[in-house]
Write a protein that binds this ligand. Structure first.
Ligand SMILES: NC(=O)c1ccc[n+]([C@@H]2O[C@H](COP(=O)([O-])OP(=O)(O)OC[C@H]3O[C@@H](n4cnc5c(N)ncnc54)[C@H](OP(=O)(O)O)[C@@H]3O)[C@@H](O)[C@H]2O)c1
Length: 350
């Protein structure tokens, strides 16, 4: 006999088939079962496309097969007209008898309204109250009203970001670089400090696979108008760039570049800007002073450290240099060996 949890495992596996395509929409998977037999299963493929329940129903050769069936879906079916019509109403119209839901949708546009539509139509609803480890940024964003912040860096074994500070130090090997592209692809916004922009001149793009909505690239600067024109983020238009400047701008910028001006771009002010645009995750990629600013503000939910097998010694730039911070308690969530490098992933204790 196939249990609700067995079906939910299949639905979670469906949801995980998507990566980097649904932008601010959650990863969702669905399975339709009847008389202990799986009739169809699918997932939400891309932002703006059908949701998982609809993709699954659309797979049926005969729509009448859904009558009396159970829809098992990782997230509460939506109740609102967004890019697509409400899934809860589609389930009612399809004639399913029961819906098993992994977790309620924390998005206030849905939050219980999808379940209400189903129950009012006489459909039995079971909520398992489990996320399956999916949508951590989506859930965090609606719970805390700010993006989930990851501090990500490559370091030597003695905790240094850079040998001298005036030119880029390549610390990690190709496997770690590939992995860090994957980490970027899981983010909606990336942030660096001005010195990192000037010294490293990164493009801050995802180059390993195509994304319909690549992460927005943010840089904190004192005065945007003083930046050299040939920097990669200014010449490469493949993703939006937001310059967070303390001085107003009078320069003409390429179409992909926006300048946001504030008296002081604190980590809280940066998070508020990102959240105001509905972006649910932010990865801070250095340098040392910017990482220190986020630690001092206590704005850090996750750390990804790539540790390279070399030591840089006393005059090299430490991972975080700046104002004092309260100790931040973390727990280790993964250790991954990437050729000669080691990736350490931590979550914040809450
Ligand atoms: N290994 C790695 O993973 C990695 C990653 C990134 C960078 N790096 C290295 O780190 C070095 C740069 O680090 P860094 O510490 O010198 O500079 P940074 O953190 O990249 O940038 C700090 C700069 O941003 C300005 N800034 C504006 N608003 C700020 C704010 N709210 N908080 C903090 N800074 C703000 C600061 O201006 P003021 O000077 O006026 O304070 C300062 O010039 C480079 O050498 C780079 O190679 C290594």
């Amino acid at each position: 006999m196939i249990t609700d949890l067995d079906c939910m495992q299949l639905a979670w596996a469906q949801a995980r088939r998507e990566f980097g395509q649904t932008w601010t929409n959650p990863q969702v998977g669905a399975v339709l079962v009847k008389n202990g037999r799986v009739l169809a299963q699918d997932y939400h493929h891309q932002y703006g496309k059908h949701h998982a329940e609809v993709e699954t129903l659309d797979q049926l050769a005969d729509p009448a097969l859904a009558v009396g069936a159970t829809m098992v879906v990782t997230l509460e079916p939506c109740s609102h007209y967004g890019k697509t019509p409400p899934c809860a109403k589609r389930l009612v119209a399809a004639g399913v008898a029961r819906v098993v839901i992994g977790q309620r949708d924390p998005n206030p546009l849905v939050a219980g309204k999808g379940i209400a539509i189903l129950e009012q139509a006489g459909i039995a609803v079971t909520v398992l109250g489990q996320t399956g480890g999916l949508n951590s940024a989506y859930n965090f964003f609606y719970q805390h009203q700010r993006p989930l912040v990851t501090l990500k860096y490559a370091t030597s074994v003695d905790g240094k970001l850079n040998a001298a500070g005036t030119q880029r130090t390549y610390l990690t090997g190709p496997a770690a670089l590939r992995d860090s592209q994957h980490e970027r692809a899981g983010q909606q916004a990336l942030l660096i400090g001005e010195q990192t922009l000037l010294v490293d001149d990164p493009s801050l793009t995802v180059r390993t696979f195509a994304m319909p909505y690549p992460p927005v690239r943010l840089v904190v600067v004192r005065d945007a108008d003083r930046l050299p024109e040939q920097l990669h983020v200014l010449t490469d238009a493949s993703a939006p760039v937001w310059l967070l400047s303390e001085a107003p701008t009078s320069r003409t910028w390429p179409p992909h570049v926006q300048v946001h001006v504030a008296a002081h771009w604190t980590p809280q002010a940066i998070c508020a800007l990102v959240a105001a645009h509905g972006l649910q995750s932010l990865q801070v990629e250095g340098g040392s002073r910017l990482l220190a600013a986020f630690l001092a503000a206590g704005v850090c939910d996750r750390v990804v450290a790539y540790v390279a097998p070399l030591a840089l010694g006393g005059t090299a730039l430490p991972v975080a240099q700046g104002p004092a911070a309260e100790p931040l308690a973390l727990h280790l969530t993964a250790v991954t060996q990437l050729a000669e490098d080691v990736k350490l992933t931590y979550g914040r204790n809450r």
